[in-house]
Design a protein around this ligand. Structure first.
Ligand code: TRP
Length: 443
């Protein structure tokens, strides 16, 4: 897909809450390192429109936006090198959201994990399925699609929970391109399995929803106290301790060098006291965080400077979003009326291509592996339009098995599979189902 050699990376951070060590290890630190590489162009933005979906406390949104901006800057994000902006400073994003809304199947959004979870929760309580569900929550994936497609990002580093959103963004891009010409790059999710998922104080994944986090810039004394509270077992000093399953060890490992980790492993085997191990963990984290914490304090003391940085970022971003939006408006027909009408009412290269396509081309399934390491398949029609996009499978055999069921069962297999395997997440337009059936018949 990439037509130039520069790969564009884009990531959004929802502005609710205060960043914690898990965010740092899992996202901020790797992203900042990554943004310094050559040959990449990165976009980082504060997803404050998304924040409104989850949070109706204006002061908290403002506070969190400031904290998250200061955090990324303190952790070394260079706004000269990357494009760092606030989503709500880019009016072209909600505009694109609408254009994408009009090409997104409602059925696709019905299947979004977050929405489905909310509905299932209501059903379990015998409530109306949409009780307390805002249209904002329902539309979340479309807004996210607009974030990504607006910058024609090639790669989107995300957590596993976001893969479905990327599949949907691809689907919106495909559908739009099919109707209006090749405007959007199809983005790919990048899930980095080498970065650790940091356990929290109670040993479960560190997450705000478990209330087990260590705030990234907790002052020294608070950091020490929180670390002292990490769950351990009752093994006494002198008793060997397994590193396997130890939250303390895993957190240490996320900060330490290989040599330091090896030394800690040895100390565990030799029965280091938990209190001592905690002390070492505290010192190790503090060594990395202390300079960043200082920088963070300085930044937080001057919010006006952060505001200026974000506005400058928005200006840089809008150098792209403004002309691109003009092009998209033109493509869909939101045009200057004085302008000469184009001969074709719908100038869709995709359709033109359909007519010209070589008769030799055949519809068929394609199996492939994505950079997230999972195995996918899609069903293409004879013009190489994607009709059906699978979810990711952990083995190619699983994917093949599903393909076989579809081939054997034809149309009748689609319905049951859609639920069982979350197939068709990406393609639920009625016309596409018809096309799928047509393609299956032609196999
Ligand atoms: N949904 C993402 C999250 O909760 C945040 C986000 C919003 C995002 N827009 C995005 C991430 C665009 C990547 C690209 O983590």
């Amino acid at each position: 897909m990439a037509s130039s050699s520069i790969t564009r990376y884009l990531t959004g951070i929802t502005t609710t809450g205060t960043p914690h060590l898990g965010n740092y290890v899992g996202s901020i630190r790797p992203s900042v390192r990554f943004s310094r590489q050559n040959g990449v162009q990165s976009f980082y933005f504060l997803a404050d429109y998304h924040a409104l979906i989850k949070c109706d406390e204006p002061a908290r949104i403002q506070r969190s936006t400031l904290e998250i901006a200061a955090t990324w800057l303190a952790c070394g994000l260079d706004p000269e090198r990357v494009t760092f902006y606030r989503q709500s400073d880019i009016p072209e994003i909600p505009e694109l959201t609408w254009l994408l809304t009009c090409v997104s199947a409602k059925g696709m959004l019905n299947r979004a994990h977050a929405y489905k979870a909310a509905v299932d929760k209501n059903l379990a309580k015998n409530e109306d399925p949409d009780n307390d569900v805002s249209v904002g929550l329902f539309m979340y994936p479309v807004l996210m699609g607009a974030d990504i497609l607006m910058f024609n990002a090639h790669k989107v580093p995300v957590g596993r929970d976001q893969i479905q959103h990327l599949e949907m963004a691809r689907d919106m891009a495909q559908r739009f391109n099919h109707l209006y010409g090749a405007h959007f790059t199809l983005p790919e999710a990048v899930v980095d399995d080498t970065v650790a998922v940091l356990p929290g104080l109670d040993g479960r994944k560190m997450s705000k929803s478990y209330d087990n986090t260590i705030p990234l810039f907790a002052p020294r004394a608070q950091l020490e106290k929180l670390i002292a509270g990490i769950v351990t077992d009752s093994r006494a000093p002198g008793q060997p301790k397994p590193t396997e399953g130890s939250a303390l060890f895993q957190i240490y490992q996320a900060f330490a060098s290989e040599t330091e980790t090896a030394a800690m492993r040895q100390a565990f085997a030799e029965g280091i006291a938990w209190s001592q191990a905690k002390q070492q963990l505290f010192e190790r984290i503090d060594r990395e965080m202390a300079p960043l914490r200082e920088c963070y304090k300085t930044l937080m003391a001057d919010p006006a400077q952060i505001e200026r940085t974000l506005r400058a970022g928005a200006q840089k971003a809008r150098e792209q979003t403004r002309p691109f939006t003009a092009r998209l408006r033109q493509a869909v027909g939101l045009r200057d009326l004085a302008q000469q009408m184009t001969t074709s009412v719908t100038p869709a290269p995709a359709r033109a291509k359909t007519r010209k396509s070589s008769p030799a081309a055949k519809a068929g399934f394609k199996q492939y592996r994505e950079s997230d390491g999972r195995f996918y398949f899609k069903l293409l029609d004879q013009n190489a339009n994607v009709l059906l996009q699978s979810r990711g499978f952990s083995t190619p055999q699983e994917a093949t098995r599903v393909i076989d069921i579809i081939k054997k069962g034809g149309g009748a297999a689609l319905g049951p599979l859609a639920d069982q395997f979350e197939l068709l997440d990406a393609t639920t337009q009625a016309h596409t189902v018809d096309e799928v059936l047509k393609a299956l018949r032609s196999l």
